[in-house]
Design a protein around this ligand. Sequence first.
Ligand code: AMP
Length: 281
Amino acid sequence: MQVINRIDQMKDLIRDIRRQGKTVGFVPTMGYLHEGHLTLMRTAKRKTDFVAASIFVNPLQFGVGEDYEDYPRDLSRDTELAEGAGVEAIFAPAVRDMYPPGYATFVEVEKLTGKLCGRSRPGHFRGVTTVVTKLLNIVEPDIAFFGQKDAQQVIVLQKMAQDLNMNVEIEVVPTVREQDGLAMSSRNTYLAPAEREAALVLSRSLDMAAKLVDSGERNIPFLKSEVTEFITGEPLAKIDYVDILSVPDLEERETLEGKALLALAVYIGKTRLIDNVILTV
Ligand code: AMP
């Protein structure tokens, strides 16, 4: 296992791996690894010969007043966990190397980023698409792995890869959950015990909606209001958004047809959590 900080060294390593005729899998993360990240890494290990992961808390995707400074970081623990999951190289660049003084180039996907998290967090997806483009240019993987946990992110990244003719396959890995249903997230560490319990309202509301759909419900405004009411019943929860949109276009619809994304962002105390399910009829 190698931990590489410098961009030129990472490029040299990948060039060596390529010369050996190996395929490269890549898992970009912000670190503080949990079973969700490790599942992405194990999947990458199954599908490619050499797996690299990045650990980079990207300042560009955090808004003013968000948790960039407080975001949990533990590189030595992450290195050990990633190695156990089959990662052979960790790329952990410095912010000043990724965005040196005078940095001026950004990647923006329009339309899709005006909904859901893009509406609540202006500039967030511009930060994500810019850093992912830079990381993909450095690592040049055959396949890059992302989690369904961040449903809008994968839709935006797939659109970016397609529109910019990138030589990478974007592979989506299902959301990994705690035993009680809470979607794993590095931000779950912020939750006090009572908040951890209250946070179950997210996955439970998704389960409830999926059951309504299974029993024949197709009315999208009704499903949204049921989910909203369910979450409002939890005193520690405050809804940022509850939405049901078509995939992959993220358009509003009245009636459920085919596949739709039910996505939530909910504050539990000060912690903003997201979760989603694909509703299929
Ligand atoms: P992050 O470190 O939060 O930026 O996440 C890095 C990658 O891990 C992203 O592709 C996320 O979608 C993915 N990820 C985060 N949490 C989970 C989870 N619970 N299940 C599956 N993938 C996840």
